[in-house]
Design a protein around this ligand. Sequence first.
Ligand SMILES: Nc1ncnc2c1ncn2[C@@H]1O[C@H](COP(=O)(O)OP(=O)(O)OP(=O)(O)O)[C@@H](O)[C@H]1O
Ligand SMILES: [Mg+2]
Length: 235
Amino acid sequence: MSADDALAATTSGLQLNRLASKYELHSQGAEARVWEGSLQARPVIVKQRFSKQYRHPVLDAKLTVSRLKQEVRSMMRARKLGVRTPVPFLVDHDASCIYMERIEGHSVKTLLHERSLQESDLEALLVAIGRTVAKLHDGGLVHGDLTTSNMMRRQADQDLVLIDFGLSYNSIIPEDKAVDLYVLERAFSSAHAEAGAAMFERTLEAYRRASKQWSATLNRFAEVRMRGRKRAMIG
Ligand SMILES: Nc1ncnc2c1ncn2[C@@H]1O[C@H](COP(=O)(O)OP(=O)(O)OP(=O)(O)O)[C@@H](O)[C@H]1O
Ligand SMILES: [Mg+2]
């Protein structure tokens, strides 16, 4: 048996072949592959978590299932809080896949890069981001990976939709929310250069107005920022 045959013979190899026959590979990250296609005539995204070779197989399977469940739970929880996310359709535990609604639109990262937004649209988008994160945080949910690629603007109604809840968790601790905001700040400044800092400030202002718990969170955020700067200076 060749090395390729051996790979195909593993469960994940079989699952990969099965998905590849029906769906198109959209992207491949460190821990997940994203496929697109349709399910019962609806546009879907299939997010497949794959194993880390260095982890013990049994432990790995357990971790994968628990992260899969957590991701779906967090999406449902966000939706209950009035935050738009893709609708989860089904979870295939054996194949470590989540089937969810495919959002038609562009990521916020792409929109900001194109610089094609009118000033008023840009303002509306930044305010929507601040309000959306405030809703999540006030509801006790931390996103865990707040980057501009994990936010999309839906074509049909221009609504902001959050995706990628793979690192989300429940927390009401100001430190956790502050770190979430710090990740967002870093994402704005690294992906969108100087303009990013000003954009983040506008988002933060909208967050402050929308969040009932803004005071504790923003005090903590100032500390997290300071720690970040010190770390950057030390190198
Ligand atoms: N529901 C969706 N609708 C449209 N596009 C999506 C959807 N889910 C994911 N995508 C696209 O696939 C890309 C990768 O998906 P996602 O961010 O969920 O995975 P990831 O970053 O690889 O995962 P993780 O950070 O959990 O390891 C997104 O940036 C987006 O372009
Ligand atoms: Mg992502």
